[in-house]
Write a protein that binds this ligand. Structure first.
Ligand SMILES: Cc1cc2nc3c(=O)[nH]c(=O)nc-3n(C[C@H](O)[C@H](O)[C@H](O)COP(=O)(O)OP(=O)(O)OC[C@H]3O[C@@H](n4cnc5c(N)ncnc54)[C@H](O)[C@@H]3O)c2cc1C
Length: 423
C-alpha cells in the first residue's frame, strides 16, 4: 500500500485481531473448549507476528519462505504427524485443520507453501523405518529449517499423473532419476523434493518408487521458477532430475510401493486443500463483513443494502458455514477411525471419494465466494490496502491444485459404480 484511500476509521477496523474475533464467534458452537483454546494459542502467535511485520503492508512485501523457521519453532507447520524430537501441541486432523484455518487467515500463500512442505513430510513420517537420514529430514522439515516439496505432475502427465514418465534406475545402493516434474510448489526454494518415478513407464503401478532428493547433493534436483501471477509470493517450479542419485536410506517406497504411497497421500492432500479453501474463505468473509458493516453509502451501512447484505454476504456466509461444518465432521470421523483406516489398503480407503468431493466443492466455492466478496468491498477489495487480493489470488488456483474438478468428479463417478456393484 503506497497511498491510503480509505478513512482511518474503516481501515483500522480491518485488522487481523478483528478477523480472528469474527471467525471465533462463528466457531463458538462448533468447537469444544479445548479446540478453542488451541486456536487462540495459535492466533496469539500469529497476532504477534502480524504486529512485527506491520500488518497488510508487511505481508505485501514479505518473502513467505522467510517465515518457515518461525512457523516451525511454534509447531505450526503440521499437526497430523508426531514430532519425533519434541512436542508442544495437539496432534490429529482436527488440530491440523484448525491450524490451517488460523494460518490461512493470517497469510494464505504462506499457508499454501507450508502445506506443500507437509506433502513431503507425510510420506517421510510414515515410511522411514530404520532410516535415520529420513528421520533427520523429518525433524528439519517440521522445524522449518528445511523446505519440502512433492513432485508428482510432469509436463506430459498432468491429470493422468499415474502414467508418469520420469525414469528411475537401480545402480548399486541407490536409484538414479532422470526426467522433469512441473508445477512443483516450493521447488525453487525447497531443500528436499519427495519425488515419484518409475522403473518401467509401461508398468507405472508395479514399478513406481518414491524417495527424498536433496537439492544440495552434487547429484540432487534442480528447479526453475514458473510465473503464476495470482500467487506471486509462491515459488512454483519446473523440477529437473539429471542423473540424480537417491541413496537407499532416502527411499520411502520401492518396487511399486510408490504407487500405494501416492494413493495414501491423495486423501490427506485433498482434505488439506479443501481445508485451505475454507480458511481462505474465512479470511475473505471476515474482511468483507467488517467493510460492509463499517462503511456507509447512501446514508446506510453497505450491509443494510439487501443486494449486498442478503444476496451476497448472508448467502456466502451460509455456504461457508456449511462447508466448515462438513470439514469438521470429516476431521472428527478421520481422527476417530484413524486406526481402522490404517488397516485398509490406500486404494480401498472409503474416504477417497469423500476427500475428492470436499476438494471439488470447497475449491469452486472458494473462487465464487472470493470474487463476490471482493466486489462487496468495491474499489477497496481490489487494492493492496487489505489482504483481500491475497485471498482472491489463492482462490484462482485452488481448483487446479491437487487435481482439477473433472478428476475429482471422475473419482466420484467411479465410486458410485463400485457402490452399486457392492450393494
Ligand atoms: C499453483 C499450482 C500448484 C501446484 N502444485 C503442485 C505440486 O506441488 N506438486 C505436483 O506434483 N503438482 C502440482 N500442481 C499440478 C496440478 O496437480 C496439475 O496442474 C493438475 O493435476 C492438472 O494437470 P494439468 O495442469 O496438466 O492439466 P491437464 O491434465 O492438461 O487438464 C486440462 C483440462 O482437461 C481436463 N481433463 C483432463 N483429463 C480429463 C478427463 N479424463 N475427463 C475430463 N476432463 C479431463 C481437466 O479437468 C482440465 O480442465 C500444481 C498446479 C498449480 C497450478
Amino acid at each position: 500500500m503506497k497511498t491510503q484511500l480509505l478513512e482511518d476509521a474503516v481501515l483500522s477496523e480491518m485488522n487481523l485481531n478483528k478477523q480472528y474475533g469474527i471467525f471465533n464467534g462463528n466457531m463458538m458452537m462448533l468447537l469444544s473448549d479445548e479446540d478453542k483454546s488451541f486456536v487462540e494459542k495459535i492466533q496469539n502467535i500469529c497476532l504477534e507476528k502480524e504486529e512485527e511485520i506491520g500488518g497488510t503492508r508487511g505481508h505485501n512485501k514479505l518473502d513467505v519462505y522467510d517465515l518457515f523457521p518461525w512457523a516451525g519453532s511454534h509447531g505450526l507447520i503440521n499437526r497430523t504427524n508426531e514430532y519425533p524430537h519434541r512436542d508442544d501441541l495437539e496432534i490429529g486432523l482436527k488440530p491440523e485443520i484448525l491450524r490451517q484455518w488460523t494460518m490461512d487467515i493470517f497469510n494464505p500463500q504462506l499457508s499454501m507453501a507450508l502445506g506443500a512442505s507437509v506433502l513431503a513430510i507425510n510420506p517421510i513420517a510414515h515410511h522411514n523405518e530404520g532410516k535415520d537420514p529420513l528421520v533427520n529430514d523429518l525433524k528439519d522439515l517440521l522445524d522449518g529449517k528445511k523446505i519440502g516439496c512433492i513432485g508428482i505432475t510432469e509436463p506430459l502427465q498432468g491429470s493422468d499423473a499415474v502414467n508418469m514418465k520420469v525414469k528411475a534406475e537401480k545402480v548399486d545402493d541407490r536409484i538414479v532419476i532422470n526426467g522433469e516434474k512441473c508445477y512443483t510448489t516450493n521447488s525453487p526454494k525447497a531443500d528436499i523434493c519427495v519425488v515419484y518415478a518409475v522403473y518401467n513407464p509401461e508398468d507405472p503401478r508395479g514399478t513406481m518408487v518414491q524417495g527424498a532428493s536433496h537439492k544440495d547433493w552434487a547429484t540432487g534436483f534442480k528447479a526453475e521458477r514458473i510465473g503464476i501471477p495470482s500467487v506471486n509470493k509462491l515459488h512454483i517450479g519446473k523440477t529437473i532430475f539429471t542423473d540424480s542419485h537417491i541413496p537407499t536410506d532416502y527411499i520411502t517406497g520401492d518396487n511399486g510401493a510408490g504407487y500405494e504411497i501416492l494413493f495414501e497421500g491423495l486423501v490427506p492432500e485433498r482434505i488439506g486443500i479443501a481445508a485451505e479453501c475454507v480458511g481462505n474463505m474465512w479470511g475473505a468473509f471476515t474482511l468483507a463483513s467488517i467493510y460492509t458493516t463499517v462503511r456507509k453509502q447512501f446514508g446506510e451501512k453497505i450491509l443494510r443494502h439487501q443486494a449486498v447484505g442478503m444476496s451476497v454476504m448472508a448467502k456466502y456466509h451460509a455456504r461457508l458455514t456449511t462447508a466448515t461444518m462438513a470439514l469438521l465432521k470429516l476431521a472428527e470421523t478421520y481422527d476417530a477411525k484413524k486406526e481402522e483406516l490404517a488397516d485398509i489398503p490406500p486404494t480401498m480407503n472409503p474416504l477417497v471419494a469423500t476427500s475428492s468431493h470436499m476438494k471439488e466443492y470447497c475449491s469452486y466455492l472458494n473462487h465464487e465466494l472470493c470474487y463476490e466478496l471482493m466486489h462487496a468491498m468495491g474499489g477497496t477489495g481490489v487494492t493492496d490496502q487489505t489482504k483481500m487480493p491475497h485471498y482472491q489470488g489463492l482462490s484462482e488456483i485452488s481448483e487446479v491444485v491437487g487435481g482439477t474438478r473433472n478428476v475429482q468428479l471422475l473419482i466420484g463417478s467411479r465410486t458410485i459404480n463400485t457402490m452399486v456393484k457392492m450393494a
